[in-house]
Ligand binder design. Structure first.
Ligand code: ATP
Ligand code: MG
Length: 252
């Protein structure tokens, strides 16, 4: 299994939009059972997939080991794609993780979930804290959405630094220009300065995901934005294949 964390220390940069759309892209391959795990108490991922709000506030109990993951996992309306939704109990998650003192608690839970899923995508809250440190230790790959602005570039440096500080074997980081408007000079400059970075266009069709409460591929599959998410996902799969080959070679 691969754990793909969608993370930034900055809020409103497109994490949930990326995580939900990439989870949908992943599930298009029937051989790849996908779980989207929402770690943000705001519960954006559950909303985006039109799930009913969880009746019990138990998302944090999973970390304490009080309940198994499968009791909280809900199917989405798309084949091969399940959700582990957030709830407000996650507000106290960070304090609980610090009290527990288990630096790899999230990684351990991911390994347990591994038995049932090929791809696990984490939608992370915009924090630099114990949870974000645990995300870095659990992740196979970290996707960092960056709207093209100098402030985002700064946030990206924070993420790189955070990963170096918290992990012995840092996962690769994939920056993604998450809201590109080709009519704006600053955005064109960001594209030119980072030619290797994937880019998602800033378009109302992407905003409409929160209105339809479905990923864009489900209601506008041929739109340029839907295709840019698919291309991004293909790039992620290629990267995961490289990492798997590297691990096999290291074991041989
Ligand atoms: N490519 C895009 N085009 C247009 N709007 C976008 C795009 N990506 C994200 N948005 C919009 O930007 C807003 C913030 O996106 P999103 O909720 O995904 O960010 P976030 O990083 O998860 O925020 P938070 O830190 O609050 O969890 C939303 O209204 C979303 O619809
Ligand atoms: Mg979010």
């Amino acid at each position: 299994m691969a754990v793909i964390a969608v993370y930034s220390a900055k809020g409103g940069v497109g994490k949930t939009t990326l995580a939900t759309n990439l989870a949908w892209c992943s599930a298009q391959d029937p051989a790849r059972r996908t779980l989207l795990w929402d770690l943000d108490p705001a519960d954006g991922a559950g909303f985006m997939f039109a799930l009913d709000a969880p009746r019990k506030r138990q998302a944090r109990s999973l970390f304490a080991g009080d309940i198994p993951a499968h009791t909280l996992i809900q199917p989405s309306s798309f084949a091969g794609l399940d959700l582990l939704p957030a709830d407000s109990s996650l507000r106290e998650l960070d304090a609980m993780l610090l009290r527990m003192g288990q630096r790899n608690r999230l990684a351990t839970l991911c390994k347990q979930i591994e038995r049932s899923y090929g791809r696990l995508i984490l939608d992370c809250p915009p924090m630099l804290n114990e949870l974000s440190a645990q995300v870095m230790r659990a992740a196979t790959l970290v996707i960092v959405p960056l709207p093209p602005s100098p402030l985002s570039a700064r946030a990206f440096e924070f993420v790189v630094e955070e990963i170096r500080r918290n992990t012995k074997r840092p996962p690769p980081i994939l920056p993604v220009l998450s809201m590109i408007d080709r009519r704006r000079t600053l955005h064109l400059e960001a594209l030119a300065a980072n030619p290797g970075w994937p880019a998602i266009p800033m378009v109302s069709a992407v905003e409409q995901c929160a209105v339809h409460r479905r990923p864009i591929g489900a209601f506008a599959p041929r739109s340029p934005a839907a295709m840019s998410f698919m291309r991004l996902w293909d790039g992620i799969e290629r990267k995961l294949a490289q990492l798997a080959a590297r691990d096999r070679a290291a074991l041989a």
